[in-house]
Design a protein around this ligand. Structure first.
Ligand code: C2O
Ligand code: CU
Ligand code: CU
Length: 477
């Protein structure tokens, strides 16, 4: 849909020149130093894509995982010679991948080392309200928080990020976000690319603006957050990735605060989408472009084995998101299976409760059902383990009111019943936790909750969330 950001030449020009000079210097050094012929590193434009580390599980028991996250201030050199003050989990920017297994008991310790209150929310996780990490579980500076939960949902790519009252947007913008991978028997059994950092790569895509002195420019105006002119992928500016001549799995997160992306490949090749927010689709969906609103995840396989060109570029509009250099190595023998999993229909009773959620916004400000967020008010009382129909309506109006929204509900994975009265498109037939509802659209979802507690629903455009487009529901027996 949107991403139409144009390249900032300032950010890309000098860097490329620098890389060329560096490569030439390395070449000369190698040439003078030894008589043995050495292979010359090929010239690569841009920066090697950062691959987040995988967080060590400190518990030797296979059924239990203990993780420790430190929320901290950091420094990054996104552009050579320019430092940017950042936030990160256990590092300078973003956080490590937390690998969990279905059935595993998870114990996390979060230490807050920054000078403001934060929370850690497990986006997409089916867990109790207490462990959810919404605005009701603040971690004050110097304090720690120790949520515990058991993973009881299919293999999926989820994520974690802060959710403090009214400051979610700026905290995420400065770098607080990370991925959660859930694996299970199904993901074990599939011969799909699953070698982390070899043929299975996370891509956290985020638009950003920088000030003249290199700091993040979190710039709000009446319309919301000003679209970034630089796109970071895993915190890398103008990234490239070397891949083998094989099938490669990309786990995409639109980690932007406010922007949608529509991705395509510059050589016209297709994506084989294998998963949506909450896990595998029943069978892959072949698409020449994929749309993602803030908070959504998607797993796709790109088959580089037949690629004729040396590079393939993942694009959003005319913006180059990641350049893949296709190497000569054949890589691993994986498949794009015709059947990935079976997704049981969430059972719906005779006369299900139907709730209406009307989304409206005027620039940065918005409401759900005419209300702005109030932490003291519980908007909906939802019975435990009963399936309901939620009708999400985006009543876009005049000029300033025509915005799509990214509706998200905590504590569950839902199924889409219809979009504008029609059956959902194939890519929306798996589990979802975040769904794009464009201006004038109506989406009906089937939701149920397995745990008790207080949860949020909101627009995942983080400035809409911070400015009131959020409500809360209590799940109880
Ligand atoms: Cu991704 Cu309420 O959050
Ligand atoms: Cu969430
Ligand atoms: Cu919104």
């Amino acid at each position: 849909m949107k991403y139409v950001a144009t390249k900032k030449t300032k950010a890309f020009g000098p860097h490329t020149l620098f890389m060329i000079i560096l490569t030439v210097m390395l070449f000369l050094l190698q040439g003078c130093g030894s008589a043995v012929p050495t292979t010359v590193e090929p010239i690569r434009e841009g920066n090697p894509l950062a691959i987040p580390s995988v967080l060590e599980d400190q518990n030797p028991e296979p059924d239990i995982a203990d993780f420790e996250l430190n929320v901290q201030v950091g420094e990054m050199e996104f552009f050579p010679g320019v430092t940017t003050t950042t936030l990160g989990y256990n590092g300078n920017y973003l956080g490590p991948v937390l690998k969990m297994r279905r059935g595993q008991q998870i114990n996390v310790t979060v230490n807050n080392h920054i000078n403001e209150s934060t929370t850690v929310h497990w986006h997409g996780m089916d867990l109790s309200g207490e462990a959810d990490g919404g605005p009701h579980q603040p971690i004050q500076p110097g304090e720690k928080w120790q949520p515990q939960f058991v993973v009881n949902q299919p293999a999926a790519t989820l994520w974690y990020h802060p959710h403090p009252h009214r400051t979610t947007g700026p905290q995420v913008y400065h770098g607080l976000a990370g991925l959660v991978y859930i694996e299970d028997e199904v993901s074990d059994s599939l011969n799909i690319p699953k070698d982390y950092g070899v043929n299975d790569f996370p891509l956290v895509v985020q638009d950003r603006n920088f000030s003249e002195d290199g700091e993040f420019l979190y710039n709000l105006d009446m319309m919301g957050l000003v679209p970034g002119d630089t796109v970071l992928v895993n915190g890398t500016v103008e990234p490239y990735l070397e891949v083998n001549r094989e099938k490669v799995r990309l786990r995409l997160l639109n980690g932007s605060n406010f922007e949608n992306f529509r991705f395509h490949l510059n050589n016209g090749e297709n994506f084989h989408q294998i998963a949506s927010d909450g896990g595998f689709l029943e069978s892959p969906v072949v698409q020449d472009s994929i749309f993602m609103s803030p908070g959504e995840r998607m797993e796709v396989i790109v088959d580089f084995s037949e690629t004729q060109t040396e590079t393939v570029v993942l694009m959003a509009g005319d913006y180059e998101i990641v350049t893949f250099y296709v190497q000569d190595e054949t890589g691993q023998d994986t498949e794009i299976p015709e059947t990935l999993t079976t997704i049981p229909e969430i059972p719906l009773g005779e006369d299900p409760t139907t709730r209406l959620f009307v989304l409206q916004s005027m620039g940065i400000r918005g409401t759900i059902n005419g209300k702005t967020f109030n932490m003291e008010r519980i908007d909906e009382e939802v019975p435990l383990a009963e399936t309901e129909l939620w009708v999400i309506q985006n009543r876009g109006g005049g000029m300033m009111m025509q915005s799509g929204h990214s509706f998200h509900a905590h504590g569950t994975q839902f199924q889409v019943v219809s979009r504008n009265g029609n059956a959902p498109p194939p890519e929306e037939r798996g589990y979802k936790d975040t769904i794009f509802v464009d201006s004038g659209e109506e989406v009906v979802i089937k939701v149920h909750f397995q745990h008790e507690g207080l949860y949020m629903y909101h627009c995942h455009m983080l400035e809409h969330e911070d400015y009131g487009m959020m409500g809360q529901f209590m799940v109880s027996p």
